[in-house]
Design a binder for this molecule. Structure first.
Ligand SMILES: [Zn+2]
Length: 141
């Protein structure tokens, strides 16, 4: 919809309602598309978050909802976008142990205790959780 510039002065009621109708119909940018624009595939199957990261190396994604800015951790956004809501009380664990990875297939919702055990086991070189099959980037569903 286009508007022609009228004479200077307050907008007419019709013009004002036409503007708000146009704004209402504007499609919101798809969150999944915005998310994927910050992802870079790695040879080991990890999806590297190329956006902002926090001090611990976790990716951060910002949202604007109702005029407010909100920052969420990118791997949690990945889990919610591709796997569904994170069960209450659980944390999202990285099977690959890379905090910057947002590949939903490398993420699992576990208890804090389980997460800690896995971290310790992996640091001790006892286990590797990286899935054997490489994951396709931009896979739908
Ligand atoms: Zn990974």
């Amino acid at each position: 919809m286009t508007f022609t510039k009228g004479p200077r002065g307050p907008l007419t009621r019709e013009h004002r309602s036409a503007i708000s109708a146009a704004l209402r119909g504007r499609p919101r940018k798809d969150v999944k598309a915005r998310f994927l624009s910050w992802v870079e595939g790695r040879a080991n199957g990890c999806w590297a978050w190329v956006g902002k990261r926090n001090d611990l190396g976790y990716g951060l994604m910002s949202f604007r909802t109702e005029g407010r800015h909100k920052t969420k951790r990118a791997h949690r956004v990945a889990f919610e976008l591709f796997k569904g809501p994170i069960p209450r009380g659980l944390v999202v664990d990285h099977l690959c142990r890379h905090p910057w990875c947002v590949n939903p297939n490398h993420l699992e919702a576990v208890t804090t205790a389980e997460n800690l055990l896995r971290t310790m086991a992996s640091r001790a070189g006892l286990m590797s959780f990286i899935p054997a099959a490489p994951t396709t980037l931009f896979m739908e569903g």
